[in-house]
Design a protein around this ligand. Structure first.
Ligand code: FES
Length: 571
């Protein structure tokens, strides 16, 4: 075998390699140090990340594959983020998780890494880390849970929660009925079963070429996930021997393929910030406009909640991502590689659609043009995004008067006030929720509608926010407004009653107030409250260095990579 990176720690007869070997000899045989690839399993299993709790089982299968192929598997627990658990928002910690994982991959005697993720931020942070270290790396998405049902009706994680809670607020469902659905929704191991961010990022990781093709979307309890994990362990050894690294696999074409996939599956808007951040780590040119240019004309082919009806185990049963991509093969970059060393398109000859209700053929899409639209205007000089697949067609061209909230707490305090001046044509504006302003850019943009309008039967309104939205959410929501209010963006200048114009076809988001009037206004100080709060540690570092959503919300000093060389010895 060729000389491995880990040999810099282990090879030789001196004191230093003696120390490195001796402390690792707790079950590892002497031949573990004869030049075999040492493969870390970056494992986000955690009891506090419920969607990833099963990843130790996945890691065990990966280990077997690595041993079988002649490598040495090493479990490496890394920072794990449970989307439903951590406060104030998991996104605040994505860059911290990426930074910590990057440093541990670089600092340790490893030659390659298998990345085990699932819940929303875990695959993005792992890919950002691997890109910056540039060691051979392969992802295993932990997979979605199987569908839960309540009174005979399938429940989509998140999506059904929003719908049912709106029914309670509208008075069409009792609280007792609502609470009775709780234990029916989360029925097995795995991440959310809607086309939320976790499902999206697993599938996007496959479209990027970073997984074994065909694995993403395999339900977490499915025996085939363990089989694929074993095979991925074997592949990790091959990656090291072939020196196949993120920088040699991923190209601009890989990211454009991911954007095509994102549109065809009706994926989460969160993929925009994550893909921009991953590309930034690799130095690959990718902009917000690429999502509109490449994705907006792509048909929506997957009928999954929140845009449609079905759930992730239906998608897997119907043929999975490769069957979807086969329908849009002509839109894919044929040169973009996968971790196997072969182009992604070479895996599209045999997949078939087994249920055309779940995966539509290209000629009969759910929507002819489904990708994320990027809006500009005096309210979003650096851009904002909207997911037309989750929006209401009748609101895509809209003019309405602003009802402004300076924080999510302000919103909760006033949205159900009977005296609030709001009607179905109003535009709900929420600010102070960007990367710096919250801080951490929480998933609050899909604001709940006023109870009095819900009671009248209103089910969607135009909403504008500098935060993010859960991938499981739906509605005519303009989000990721950049720059955010706390960074001096014009969102901070909006006042109640100002006319706002949304024109999705024209890609415009305008505040219809004379420029001279806007110039005379001051930023809302209330929207800066989160930004101005005293803080230390990571939050201080984050606020001082986080970039805006239009470039991926990474920290300025984490963009790019530092490779995997460590010149100095530890003792
Ligand atoms: Fe983990 Fe939805 S909460 S994927």
């Amino acid at each position: 075998m060729s000389e491995q990176r880990s040999a810099q720690w282990y090879a030789g007869g001196g004191k230093d390699p003696y120390i490195h070997r001796a402390w690792m000899r707790r079950g590892l045989p002497a031949h573990a140090f004869d030049g075999r690839p040492h493969i870390a399993i970056a494992n986000t299993a955690s009891d506090l990340t419920p969607c990833n709790m099963h990843l130790d089982e996945v890691a065990a299968a990966v280990k077997q594959g690595i041993w079988e192929a002649g490598g040495i598997p090493l479990n490496l627990p890394v920072v794990s983020l449970g989307e439903t658990q951590v406060r104030p928002t998991a996104m605040l910690w994505r860059n911290m998780a990426a930074m910590a994982t990057e440093e541990m991959l670089r600092a340790n005697p490893i030659d390659g890494v298998v990345l085990l993720g699932g819940c929303d931020k875990t695959i993005p942070s792992l890919l950002m880390a691997a890109a910056s270290v540039d060691l051979p790396a392969v992802v295993i998405p932990g997979g979605p849970m199987i569908t839960g049902t309540f009174r005979g009706v399938p429940l989509g994680c998140g999506t059904s929660t929003y719908r049912l809670s709106e029914e309670v607020r509208a008075g069409t469902m009792s609280r007792e009925e609502f609470l009775a659905s709780e234990s029916s929704m989360i029925r097995s191991k795995g991440h959310c079963n809607t086309m939320g961010t976790a499902s999206t990022m697993g599938l996007v990781a496959e479209a990027l070429g970073t997984t074994l093709p065909g694995v993403a979307g395999t339900p977490a309890p499915d025996a085939r996930l363990l089989e694929a994990s074993h095979a991925t362990g074997r592949l990790a050894v091959e990656l090291v021997e072939a020196d196949r690294r993120p920088s040699t696999i991923l190209s601009r074409g890989s990211f454009l393929n991911a954007i095509v996939a994102l549109a065809a599956i009706g994926g989460s808007t969160n993929a925009v910030v994550h893909l921009l951040a991953i590309a930034g780590r690799l130095g690959i040119e990718l902009s917000l406009d690429d999502f509109d240019r490449t994705g907006s004309g792509v048909p929506l082919l997957v009928d999954l909640q929140p845009a449609g009806r079905f759930l992730m185990d239906d998608l897997h049963r119907a043929g999975g991502l490769l069957a979807v991509l086969r329908e849009v093969r002509d839109l894919l970059d044929p040169t973009a590689l996968t971790v196997t060393g072969r182009p992604l398109v070479e895996y599209l000859d045999t997949p078939r659609i087994w249920d055309p209700e779940v995966i539509r053929v290209r000629a009969e899409p759910l929507q002819p043009e489904a990708g994320i639209a990027v809006l500009y205007g005096n309210l979003a000089p650096r851009g904002a995004v909207i997911k037309p697949a989750a929006a209401s067609p009748h609101l895509m061209q809209h003019r309405g008067r602003a009802v402004v909230f300076d924080s999510i707490e302000d919103f909760h305090a006033r949205i159900d006030d009977p005296a609030l001046e709001v009607d179905a044509d109003s535009v709900l504006v929420l600010r102070g929720c960007g990367p710096k302003g919250y801080p951490g850019m929480p998933e609050v943009s899909n604001m709940a509608l006023p109870a009095k309008l819900l009671a009248e039967g209103v089910r969607d309104m135009v909403r504008v926010c500098d935060g993010r939205m859960s991938g499981t959410a739906f509605g005519t929501v303009v989000l990721h407004v950049a720059p955010e209010a706390a960074d001096g963006g014009p969102l901070g200048l909006v006042r109640d009653g100002d006319p706002i114009v949304l024109d999705v076809a024209g890609r415009r988001l305008e505040l219809d107030v004379p420029a001279a009037e806007l110039a005379s206004r001051e930023q809302s100080p209330a929207a800066l409250a989160g930004y101005a709060a005293p803080m230390r540690g990571w939050q201080r570092l984050y606020i001082d260095h986080v970039q805006q959503a239009d470039t991926g919300a990474d920290l300025d000093f984490l963009i790019g990579g530092s490779g995997h060389d460590v010149g100095r010895e530890s003792h």
